[in-house]
Ligand binder design. Structure first.
Ligand code: PLP
Length: 392
């Protein structure tokens, strides 16, 4: 192992040399079922021919020109994302944190226009929004803050899925926006009660606040809708996307609508790489592939089935606190910290993740076959049961 990498990750002792569909292969030829998709990125699996072809073709034509010029593919991608979401405009960047930074800047500029000099954004406990200074400050996890004080000011924190807590802030004239994940991912896969986003929309409308949804993990089909807010009949003012949008080619997007549209003007914001022809060609191919194969509907149906399979397989296992999720975003919460299960699953050829210490998080690829689904359920259920016995 190189000593020249910064020590920022606790990595598993495996390196993959190639992938195909829902499988990854290591140097020794062992294959692994990928049930984490590069943390909700490679939804279409690995080496998907349509994505590879789009990347190859674009790289042989034009990779980058900069935002000093018109970029046709960027305009096509903005049109497509707006058509799918009902949003009005898009700004393209390179990661989730950057998409959320854009959202936070939009909220600040919106406040500025209203003459509010110390604006506040309501954010949630247990949330995750990224690792830049503003996005880590918005994040509701003390471990992410540790060592980086002073944090960026202007965030007010309330419990997730608690409308009443937000209502108590309605008379604070400095509040300008709510930033929330429609399903919390890193925080342990928490799906709010039906009607939560609708209630937040109403509160935002009543107070002229922006409703800003972080769909970086939950968006682009992952929950069985193109965007998780579409499980309700509302529309946000700002939506952040990244992760699955490029199936591994880095791209983020900030989409705006209503009061948030038109806030950023030349000179306010920018990025060198954001929305370059290569990234946009990949994202267009991702969306086209999702559409052509009806993957979003597939995830809605298969996700519910997968959740039920886990509930059946783990029924009566007494260290299971909860099995929850939406689409292909599933959390199995145990009574004890269970980080050791990641290495145990790896040894059995399955890639899983544990988040918040006690929750197995599964974010499978949309291309996982029925047989692979059975393998996933069998291996994870066995691991959880063995773990229950050794921790009884
Ligand atoms: C909900 C959410 N927001 C933001 C981010 C940050 O995205 P990135 O790592 O691309 O900066 C993540 C990453 O896990 C995320 O899950």
């Amino acid at each position: 192992m190189s000593n020249h990498l910064m020590n920022t990750y606790a990595r598993q002792p495996v390196s993959f040399v190639k992938g195909q569909g829902a499988l990854l292969h290591d140097k020794d030829g062992k294959h692994y079922l990928d049930a984490i998709s590069g943390i909700a990125v490679c939804s279409l699996g690995h080496a998907h021919p349509a994505i590879s072809e789009a990347i190859c073709e674009q790289s042989q034509t034009l990779i980058h020109t900069s935002n000093l010029y018109q970029i046709d593919k960027q305009q096509q991608l903005a049109d497509k994302l707006c058509a799918l979401s009902g949003m009005q405009q898009a700004f393209f960047c390179n990661s989730g944190a950057e998409a959320n930074e854009t959202a936070i800047k939009i909220a600040r500029k919106y406040a500025n226009q209203k003459g509010i000099s110390n604006p506040k954004i309501i954010v949630m406990e247990n949330s995750f929004h990224g690792r830049t200074l503003a996005t880590l400050s918005a994040t509701g996890n003390a471990k992410v803050h540790e060592g980086f004080f002073p944090l960026v000011q202007g965030f007010v924190r309330v419990p997730f899925d608690n409308v009443e807590a937000i209502k108590t802030l309605e008379n604070d004239a400095d509040i300008v926006a709510i930033l929330v994940e429609p399903v919390q991912g890193e925080g342990g896969v928490h799906v709010p009660k039906a009607g939560y986003l609708t209630a937040l929309r109403e509160i935002c409308d009543r107070n002229n606040w922006l409703l800003m949804l972080d769909e970086i993990q939950a968006g682009v089909g992952r929950t069985g809708k193109w965007f998780a807010f579409q499980h309700e009949t509302i529309k946000p003012d700002v939506m952040s996307l990244a992760k699955a949008l490029g199936n591994g080619v880095p791209i983020g997007a900030s989409l705006v609508s209503g009061a948030a549209a038109g806030i950023l003007v030349p000179g306010n914001h920018g990025t060198t790489f954001g929305g370059n022809p290569l990234a946009c060609a990949a994202a267009l191919a991702v969306i086209n592939t999702l559409e052509v194969h009806n993957y979003v509907e597939h995830v809605a149906i298969k996700g519910q089935q997968l959740l039920n399979k886990f509930k059946d397989a783990l029924a009566g296992t007494d260290n299971v606190v909860d099995i929850r999720g939406k689409g292909y975003m599933i959390g199995i919460q145990l009574k004890q910290p269970c980080g050791e299960l990641v290495a145990k699953a790896l040894a059995r050829g399955v890639l899983i993740n544990v988040t918040r210490g006690d929750t197995i998080r599964l974010l499978p690829t949309f291309v996982m076959t029925q047989e692979q689904t059975e393998t996933l359920v069998t291996v994870v259920a066995e691991l959880v049961k063995e773990f229950a016995q050794t921790n009884a």
